[in-house]
Write a protein that binds this ligand. Structure first.
Ligand SMILES: C[S@@+](CC[C@H](N)C(=O)[O-])C[C@H]1O[C@@H](n2cnc3c(N)ncnc32)[C@H](O)[C@@H]1O
Length: 177
């Protein structure tokens, strides 16, 4: 994501991520967003989860083979040293095995294909406090693998669970209460 878009996104997220809260980021890549959250919102703790693994079946995506994910992982560890962070190198399917405390918010930005986003939504709902907030990046985005992607998953999830949501730019914000 370009610098300008990142600033725009942070401005949106700052409305929903409050100082001193605990959250989860699914899909971290080079931790650009993670670092901006730490630098702009005081006292947060972040669980930062990503497999940092090439997934050859998604050629063309960021994790489809264009980057050395081990290198990226090493950079992330350095960038986040001294931050209040738990770095989790795993796929989001397993997120529940890593987190025991209840979270205030989750930011979903991993595999954007419909079934993965839906699974991330269902799993993170269980990890959040009753009044938690789930945010998803790239609402409206599609590629040849996405099968309806974030948009279809958010729409279905909110309908099934009768949850309110708002779309700001390409960010979907879902309120559990
Ligand atoms: C768009 S990048 C994340 C960018 C980051 N949130 C930011 O804003 O700077 C997507 C990341 O999702 C990760 N990812 C892909 N499949 C995943 C999965 N099943 N579970 C968790 N993360 C996944 C990739 O390794 C990649 O680093």
């Amino acid at each position: 994501m370009g610098k300008r878009n990142n600033i725009k996104r942070l401005k949106i997220l700052k409305k929903f991520i409050k100082p001193g809260t605990v959250g989860l980021e699914i899909g971290v890549f080079a931790a650009d967003l993670t670092v901006s959250i730490f630098e702009n919102i005081e006292g947060v703790k972040i669980y930062a989860l990503d497999p940092w693994e090439v997934q050859k079946e998604y050629k063309g995506r960021l994790y489809g083979g264009g980057y050395d994910m081990n290198d990226i992982y090493e950079t992330v560890k350095t960038k986040l040293k001294d931050r209040n962070v738990e770095i989790i190198r795993d796929y989001s399917d397993n997120v529940q095995n890593h987190i025991v405390e209840k979270l205030d918010w989750a930011y979903i930005d991993g595999n954007h294909s419909y079934k993965y986003v839906l699974n991330d939504l269902e799993n993170t709902k269980l990890l959040l406090k009753e009044d938690g907030i789930i945010m998803c990046d790239d609402y409206g985005w599609v590629d040849k693998y996405s099968g309806g992607g974030v948009t279809k998953a958010v729409t279905e999830f909110c309908k099934k669970n009768k949850l309110k949501n708002t779309i700001i730019g390409n960010q979907a914000i879902i309120f559990l209460k």
